[in-house]
Write a protein that binds this ligand. Structure first.
Ligand SMILES: Nc1ncnc2c1ncn2[C@@H]1O[C@H](COP(=O)(O)OP(=O)(O)OP(=O)(O)O)[C@@H](O)[C@H]1O
Ligand SMILES: O=P(O)(O)OC[C@H]1O[C@](O)(CO)[C@@H](O)[C@@H]1O
Ligand SMILES: [Mg+2]
Length: 454
């Protein structure tokens, strides 16, 4: 018999599958247990509800159709302070490392890790590892305290320096052991999370009492599971300035084209958000949606019509878009950066040149002005805005609470507005592409009226 779809009682809730995270007690016998020093904090006055227990979870999917959902709902441990801690603060030696590209908020996360370890938990041995993972074995570490980092949230970049490459598992874990670190905070993107998985596995293999955690950062917002990565909103805000400038230039010319290239290696989130929030973009080109230039339904035909109608156009192109169209030599095809990421050809100047050639070929003699803006590093080299700053603080605090409670091999992240601990392996493999089938891409297309290039 068919279930009555108007009667909610006719459906049963799917089961829940908890994504457990590792705990030091699984590999370290007789791990000590102490009351959380926040008990004595003059600011928090914790009541019983203040502490989070290991049975507190949050769901990844909060919207679903009961008539079709049958697979279990994924749940994660809720982030936050635990009533018992598993490190004696006096013996903690915490290491903080930043890896990969810059992102607004890196310095805020470092600052808040230092200040909260110091103020909330009474940790006094906190170290900055310089220049990314290679810093564990090739550079002096710097001792940090709240006085040193007090104004770091006002600075862009990372005051610890960052780098790509330099991943040598044996040397890194050797360096961690040699320097006596027992808490390792890794701030970085997808590559950093993949590296953290390997370090975590090696630490487990060596049965070391070291907790490692990841705090995901990427302006590209290309890390899955979490709501968004810190710094992304700030980057979009700065990107908008470039889009508005391109619009002014285009509008003030005859047959004016404003072309803006924005970051986004494999994902077009920055371009998409800049398009939706500016409302002045005529065409948004992202890596997830192939496009073509010539013929029916192509970019040139669309631009011709738009210029005829409005007299100007604004194009936003993400750096990873159109890579299949740009001619490249065999050696360019194989080029990688130090971390093994494919080196892209520069889509901005290529598109600019193609547009100029097209106009000259098809509209010779008619006025045409193309202004190209490439704000690339400007959007990620700035300090975090207010929202990202607060987000960075809560991520740093979540990480410390989890580590002090003895959890390891996890990432702190926001899921549906709440903070969770997610297994680092899961984050390392979770991508976050723009879904060109969902409502947000449909919204872009309805705002721009651009072709779908199918
Ligand atoms: N698969 C991997 N295994 C081990 N180490 C890795 C791996 N991928 C990346 N790494 C290391 O992680 C660090 C950061 O990687 P990468 O340069 O790709 O930046 P990222 O963390 O992805 O940040 P972003 O994407 O924002 O630039 C580098 O030191 C790199 O060597
Ligand atoms: O020039 P760099 O520092 O290697 O970084 C560029 C890359 O880093 C990112 O900002 C983050 O992954 C990408 O958007 C960009 O492709
Ligand atoms: Mg990356």
């Amino acid at each position: 018999m068919d279930s009555d779809s108007s009667n909610p009682a006719a459906f049963s809730l799917p089961s829940i599958s908890l994504q457990t995270i590792s705990h030091l007690s699984e590999s370290i016998p007789n791990l000590l247990q102490l009351p959380n020093p926040i008990d004595k904090s003059p600011y928090y006055h914790p009541n019983p509800a203040f502490y989070i227990s290991s049975s507190d979870v949050l769901l990844r999917q909060i919207l679903f159709d009961l008539s079709t959902s049958s697979s279990p709902l994924l749940a994660y441990h809720r982030a936050g302070p635990r009533s018992q801690i598993r490190f004696d603060p006096a013996t903690v030696r915490a290491a903080i490392v930043t890896c990969g590209g810059l992102c607004p908020g890196l310095n805020t996360v470092i600052r808040e890790l230092v200040v909260a370890l110091w103020d909330l938990y009474g940790v006094r041995q906190i170290f900055g590892v310089q220049a990314g993972f290679r810093g564990f074995y090739s550079c002096e570490t710097v001792e940090l305290n709240p006085r040193i980092v007090h104004d770091w949230h006002l600075r862009g970049g990372t005051s610890l320096a960052t780098s790509r490459g330099g991943f040598d598992l044996d040397k890194i874990v050797g360096g961690i052991e040699e320097k006596g670190f027992n808490q390792v905070y890794c701030i970085g993107g997808d590559g950093t999370m993949r590296a953290a998985v390997k370090i975590f596995n090696e630490i487990q293999h060596r049965k070391l009492k070291i907790s490692i955690t990841g705090i995901p950062k990427t302006v590209d917002n290309d890390i899955g599971i979490i709501d968004r990565s810190f710094g992304f909103q700030t980057a979009v805000e700065i990107a908008l300035q470039a889009v508005h400038a391109a619009h002014v230039e285009a509008e003030s010319a005859v047959n004016g084209v404003g072309l803006v290239k924005l970051m986004g290696r494999n994902t077009g989130h920055i371009a998409l958000h800049a398009t939706l929030s500016s409302r002045v973009v005529d065409c948004c080109l992202i890596p997830e949606n192939d496009f073509y230039l010539e013929g029916e339904g192509g970019l040139f035909e669309f631009l011709h019509q738009r210029l005829k109608k409005n007299g100007h156009v604004v194009i936003v192109v993400a750096e990873g878009a159109g890579q299949n169209l740009i001619p490249r030599t065999e050696s360019q095809k194989a080029e990688q950066d130090e971390s093994g990421n494919q080196v892209f050809l520069d889509v901005g100047p290529w598109l600019k040149s193609e547009l100029n050639k097209w106009w000259k070929r098809d509209h010779d003699g008619e006025l045409f002005t193309l202004k190209y803006i490439d704000p690339t590093y400007m959007i990620r080299a700035v300090p975090a805005n207010a929202t990202d700053n607060l987000y960075c603080t809560l991520l740093a605090h979540s990480s410390i609470h989890g580590v002090m409670a003895g959890y390891t091999g996890f990432v702190s992240g926001q899921i549906n507005g709440n903070y969770a601990y997610i297994p680092v392996e899961e984050v390392a493999s979770a991508k976050n592409p723009v879904d060109t089938k969902d409502h947000r891409w449909a919204w872009v297309r309805s705002v721009t009226n651009q072709p779908d290039f199918n």
